[in-house]
Unconditional design. Structure first.
Length: 955
């Protein structure tokens, strides 16, 4: 697919081209932004490192030893790191542009102060404050680059940034050396002042705000998000017609930019991604979430130890090279340091492009993209950089050639382009949504390590000597880089089962146990209002819907502020938007569409029957719950994508779909109860397992269908149309359906339509087997229909709908065992709501648990706790059908009612008929004696529904 070129936006010029998603801005604007950031980071590092060549001059002026002068390097290094912790959260709340400008102004003021200092302590203070300010660009720079460059160019852009950073710290001493020698050390700070002033002017005129709220699918990597954006542009409208406004519309939460370019440059209000001051405290805490993430820890450690090595070199160079035999002056030291810049220049063209290339080729080879694919590029710093330290140490120790020593420092310094461009890209790709927070932690952490190394140098050197100290440093670098190997192989798996999710599941089970007990009051069947929370939830995940069903019906609700995942119908809190979205896809679930899905269902039913036949022949015990799950998933796969999951092939869940779905559902249930935790736990979620499994599966299969569709083969396929092909047809009309809609709908089908249907089939069969007289009654109804209608193969949905007792049995099973076992929650609208004697305030969550509602004796009768399908026939005879329906919630109620209801009834009724006409069932003795065991994790799943099948004589 050709890469999208935002030419349209470019043609519109500066006025509107900075509107919307920065990744779609014209290339020249993005490159100017990169240049500005590079300049800032260059000057910051020039200021921080350059002064090392002036040690001799400073020692003379302030009358102190070289050891004391370490402070003017080590504390500013620490301040650079601490600055990260402050500036990035501030930028999230107030905008990146204002924060960059404020930090530059402080930096400029401190550079001027440095010119006029009178004591060493004053110089240290000025430098600490200046570096604190300049620290803003260390994490905001990469964050801005990640805002404006697509993932595939990120590593290359980062390499330019890293080159500038290293340029500042490596060329800086050369410039400083010459200036100090010819004009004195204060001139070095004058130069810095001039450069920062220019940088500030450029920034004021040429740095638009880049904060932009992008929408992420759960578990998506940055590369995948970029692809989606391009897809969206190309498929929805075609690149020509596309304006970035189209994409902006996806998130109404983004501030409208470019009312006029110059007005934009000076508008500092509402540029944050979060709400100003109030969110500031929260933002400060966010980077620390990453201390548990292996990828971020690896980045901190590897970047830190190499930065430490480079700082040691620049600190020790004046001490080792000023005395005999080398006798280097300030300018000589500068030239020596410049030599190490060669390492950077040589490394630069290899680092970024190599990393990007490696990532792309491994992605092609493995047929999927993983952030860890970049890690093998660390082989180069592993082989080159630590030996550089050893070369330097041995040469200096033996008073060898100064040129060889310079080669050693160059080899070590090359790490500055290789290590960050790999490790930062990995983290930003793995955590696209929270990448800038991770960068804060990494930058602060690496500087902390470098600071630790720097302050310990005098004692360390004194204790073990030069060569041993360098050996220890090199060994540390090798050891840290080696950690990349397990990360490459297992990083993905580690992410799939993060501790925090395991903890979540544990807490979830514990909490749900109490919740279910307290909300399932067998003796207090009149309890209706099941849940009330004082705090309005910030992020709704599974079951926070906007309107009330039945008795809770209420009008409107405030708009969803910000959600970090794409809202499916389930998570859409905006009633108007929900209704528009629902209308777009409704036709695919309509009764007329259902007929076209019947062949898919028949196909899966035949496969299941063949397994049951074989089990009947062998007398094998079957796990009915498992087999119905295989059936329901395969049906949904075939109906949605035209392809089964393959579970009915042999009943084996080879791809561990069930595990992934279960983990996802545990997480969602837990978060549905404690929504405020979502913002902390979600970024720790895997990019490949649980949540992402369904997302990736869905994307992959939509892509396959799309290929077929574009080649024209799709149209030639047989008459049965699956969801995706129907949606692709709709997309080419003016239905308004987008690629994103197709994705969320198909994904919802799997999550919402598989387990629910399997559970319902299990419940029907379980209750029938526990009450054999009802089983006999149903079997004879089916047998009569088979003979009467001369059914040889599969019973049609239409035929099964004409069996009143079958319908009553299914309803009774849905009543006693609704698939969903937690309240169908609704958010109280701004006006508040009265329900019975209670008043609920805005933002409270209220809900009805269908398990409670369905046992209301005043509606369903005194025997509401018992299985008696006949009650449904009686309701009709008594003319109470409509009244009872108001309290019958297995598929929910109101505008949020289950869109797949008819589809699931089709699957259930057809399969039950097929099974009961063919087989007798023998329940496991244990379940016969006692009830079955079920687990409630939003869905109430059977645990031990096992038994045997026997073929019936007549079919
Ligand atoms: C026996 C099987 C099923 C049961 C018991 C069931 C139950 C439910 C429930 C309780 C809701 C929430 C309603 C509310 O909050 O008021 C729901 C919503 C939903 N269900 Fe089902 N469902 C079943 C099958 C299916 C199937 C087969 C599909 C799709 C293929 C599906 C797709 C959906 C969707 C997309 C929604 C969200 C609707 C919206 O918010 O507009 N369901 N379902």
């Amino acid at each position: 697919m050709a890469e999208y070129q935002p030419e349209t936006a470019a043609r519109k010029g500066w006025r509107t081209c900075t509107k919307g998603d920065p990744k779609l801005w014209p290339a020249y604007i993005r490159h100017i932004i990169l240049a500005n950031m590079c300049m800032f980071v260059f000057i910051g590092n020039l200021y921080a490192a350059g002064i090392s060549t002036g040690f001799a001059a400073l020692a003379t002026e302030f009358n102190v030893g070289f050891d004391k002068l370490n402070d003017i390097i080590s504390y500013p290094v620490l301040a650079l790191g601490v600055g990260n912790l402050f500036w990035t959260p501030a930028a999230i709340c107030f905008g990146k542009r204002p924060i960059i400008i404020v930090s530059m102004v402080i930096f400029l003021a401190c550079a001027i102060w440095s010119i006029y200092v009178k004591t060493l302590s004053e110089l240290v203070a000025a430098r600490v404050l200046a570096c604190f300010a300049a620290g803003s660009v260390e994490s905001l720079g990469p964050a801005i680059i990640a805002d404006v460059y697509q993932e595939r160019y990120f590593a290359s852009a980062m390499a330019v940034f890293s080159l500038s950073l290293s340029g500042g710290s490596q060329i800086g001493p050369t410039i400083a050396g010459f200036l100090i020698k010819s004009r004195g050390w204060r001139w070095f700070f004058i130069l810095n002042t001039i450069l920062i002033a220019c940088n500030l002017a450029f920034t004021l005129l040429l740095l638009p705000e880049t904060n932009y709220k992008r929408l992420f699918y759960e578990g998506e990597t940055a590369a995948e998000v970029d692809k989606s954006v391009v897809n969206e542009v190309e498929h929805v409208k075609g690149a020509e017609e596309f304006t970035t406004q189209d994409y902006t519309d996806h998130t109404s939460s983004n501030v409208e930019y470019a009312s006029s370019y110059f007005r934009d440059l000076f508008a500092f209000k509402s540029r944050g991604l979060e709400n100003g001051h109030t969110a500031l405290l929260k933002q400060f805490s966010l980077p620390f979430r990453f201390v548990l993430i292996p990828h971020a820890l690896f980045a901190v450690a590897s970047y830190g130890v190499f930065l430490g090595g480079i700082v040691i070199n620049s600190l020790l160079a004046p001490q080792l090279l000023s005395p005999p035999p080398y006798l280097l002056s300030s300018s000589g030291l500068g030239i020596f340091t410049l030599g190490s810049f060669v390492g950077i220049v040589l490394g630069y063209p290899i680092a970024g492009p190599l990393t990007d290339l490696l990532s792309r080729s491994l992605t092609r080879r493995c047929d999927r993209h993983l952030p860890e694919h970049r890690l093998p590029a660390l082989m180069i710093p592993f082989v080159v950089c630590p030996p550089g330290l050893l070369l330097f140490a041995y040469i200096i120790n033996q008073h060898g050639s100064i040129y060889s020593a310079a080669v050693g420092t160059a080899m070590q310094t090359a790490a500055l382009v290789f290590v960050p461009s790999v490790v930062l890209s990995v983290v930003v790709d793995a955590y696209p949504e929270a990448g800038s927070e991770a960068l804060v932690l990494i930058n602060a952490g690496k500087n902390l390590i470098a600071f630790g190394v720097t302050v310990s140098v005098p004692v360390w050197l004194h204790r073990v000597g030069l060569v041993k100290m360098y050996w220890q440093m090199a060994a540390t670098q090798w050891a840290v880089l080696s950690l990349g190997i397990p990360l490459f192989f297992f990083g993905n798996t580690i992410q799939s089962t993060p501790k925090v999710v395991a903890f979540g599941q544990l807490a979830n089970h514990f909490f749900l146990a109490t919740l279910v007990i307290s909300e399932f009051p067998r003796n207090q069947q009149e309890v209706w209002v099941t849940k009330l929370r004082a705090e309005p939830p910030q992020i709704a995940n599974l079951n926070c819907h906007a309107e009330m069903p039945a008795a809770l019906a209420q009008p409107k609700l405030g708009q969803l502020e910000h959600s970090c995942t794409l809202p499916s119908l389930f998570a859409d809190l905006n009633p108007q938007h929900h209704s528009i979205q629902r209308r777009k896809v409704a036709s695919a679930y309509s009764m007329s569409s259902l007929i076209s899905y019947e062949p898919f269902v028949d196909n899966c039913a035949s496969l299941l029957i063949s397994h049951f036949d074989a089990a009947a022949d062998s007398g094998k015990t079957l796990d009915f719950g498992h087999w119905f799950r295989c059936y329901a998933f395969d049906v949904i796969g075939e109906i949605t994508f035209g392809q089964r999951f393959g579970l009915l092939d042999d009943g084996i869940d080879k791809d561990e779909i069930f595990g992934a779905i279960d983990a996802r559902s545990s997480y969602s249930t837990f978060i549905g109860i404690f929504p405020w935790l979502h913002q902390f736990l979600f970024p720790l979620q895997p990019t490949t397992g649980n949540h992402a499994y369904v997302a990736k599966y869905t994307k992959h299969h939509i892509a396959l269908r799309e290929k077929l569709y574009q080649s024209g083969e799709e149209k030639l396929s047989n008459g049965s149309r699956d969801f995706v092909s129907k949606f692709l047809d709709l997309r080419s009309t003016d239905s308004g359906i987008t690629t994103t809609d197709i994705f969320t709908t198909c994904q919802s089908n799997i999550g919402a339509g598989s387990d629910t249907t399997a559970i319902t089939i299990s419940a029907v069969l379980y209750y029938l087997l526990k009450h054999p007289q009802t089983l006999r009654k149903l079997q004879s109804e089916i047998d009569v229909a088979v003979v009467k209608e001369s059914i040889t193969e599969h019973m049609s949905f239409k035929q099964s709908n004409q069996l009143p007792y079958l319908q009553a049995v299914i309803k009774e099973a849905l009543r006693l065992h609704s698939a969903t076992g937690l309240p169908l929650a609704r958010l109280v609208p701004p006006s508040g709501v009265d329900i019975g004697e209670f008043h609920f305030r805005k933002g409270a969550t209220v809900g009805i648990n269908s398990w409670v509602a369905h046992r209301k004796s005043s509606i369903f009768g005194q025997d509401a706790n018992n299985w008696r399908p006949e009650r449904w026939l009686e309701f009709e005879e008594e003319g109470r059908g409509a009244e009872v329906e108001k309290y019958f919630l297995p598929f929910g109620m109101g505008s949020r009612t289950c869109i797949g209801k008819n589809l699931s009834l089709l699957e259930v009724s057809k399969l039950i008929c097929e099974l009961l006409r063919r087989f007798e069932f023998q329940l496991d003795e244990q379940i016969l004696q006692k009830d079955w065991t079920t687990t409630n994790v939003w869905f109430v799943k059977p645990e031990n529904f096992i038994g045997k099948v026997i073929k019936r004589h007549s079919k």
